[in-house]
Design a protein around this ligand. Sequence first.
Ligand SMILES: *Cc1c(COP(=O)(O)O)cnc(C)c1O
Length: 372
Amino acid sequence: MRATARAWRELDLAALTGNLRAVEARLPPGCRVMAVVKADAYGHGAKTVARTLQRAGVRAFAAACLDEASALRRAGVGGEILVLGYTPPELAGVLARWRIAQTVLDEDYACRLSAQGVPLRVHLALDTGMHRFGLPAGDLAAARRVLALPHLHVVGTMSHLCAADSDPAETEAQAARFFAAVRALEASGLDPGRLHFQASYGVWNLPPQPCGYVRAGLALYGVPSDSRPLLYPMALRPVLSLRARVASVRDLAAGEGAGYDLAFRAERPTRLAVVAMGYADGLPRDLGRRGGEVLLRGRRCPVVGLVCMDQLLADVTGAGPVRSGDIATVIGRDGPEEITAVELAARCGAITNELLSRLSRRLGLVTRRQKS
Ligand SMILES: *Cc1c(COP(=O)(O)O)cnc(C)c1O
């Protein structure tokens, strides 16, 4: 089956490696990228993304769960693979078999993991204010108890910033709590391993930090979450474009309706293109009402009516001779026009991470290596 038969994701792998270099250029000596490829690499396809980054020199990856992590190993990904979320302690043997590192989510979890009696590589999470995962950063005694547990080999100590895109003071405070906790561990003779607490916004909005990794997702994919300004922007290019075929073109007389609930009503003679992408592909059903557009023949065309499961309707009245089989762009460039993931996400009332990670796996996946 051809990946471009109906609707597809198009990956610019040169942009991916270019973005990697741009992030690396911002890192202090000794600090490396841990590529975050959870949720199928934010909808980009984890296998392709991880293999490309591995060829470009990346030796550390992060996944959300054990299944994602072991899939990376089966795809031939080496180096460190860290599970950021919960793995049932009784699956410790699977972690060990695939040589996958596990985040220590709290002290109780550390005890349960240790009790499995399986030697494991772990990264110790410290809670510096997000209150999602980690030992309280100020609780040195708890960290000492975890580091003393048998079978758990702590190779890293980490935290996560919860407001790096919005609150510089809180971000500075979290960084300070992290380093204070790490220094206290070191002062009591313990080795915290490689340090990491910055995701993409931690790189965009903080100066370089004395760490062993940054855990970058979004920045590698070349898109911020939204259009807010960044303190230390990088020259990045979006990796993903989203395209679909025009399935049919039809003309409506003034007054005729179209689509479910006849939610679109033509006020004048109107030409509609039926584009082969729908809410099952990850678009919101009300994209038309939210001002959504697609590109056809290099022009912006409004999405109208209600998005169907597998199709949407676009008003192409002014777009020239649109025909069945033409390619519509939902994210990306077409001639002089571009719809960015940030723009579409904003229209969807979402952030790009949310929009991209919800793209359906049924979308085809095609890769480009050349610079466009
Ligand atoms: C998702 C995630 C990241 C990556 O975040 P980006 O904003 O995409 O760079 C890093 N660390 C943790 C713990 C995460 O959950």
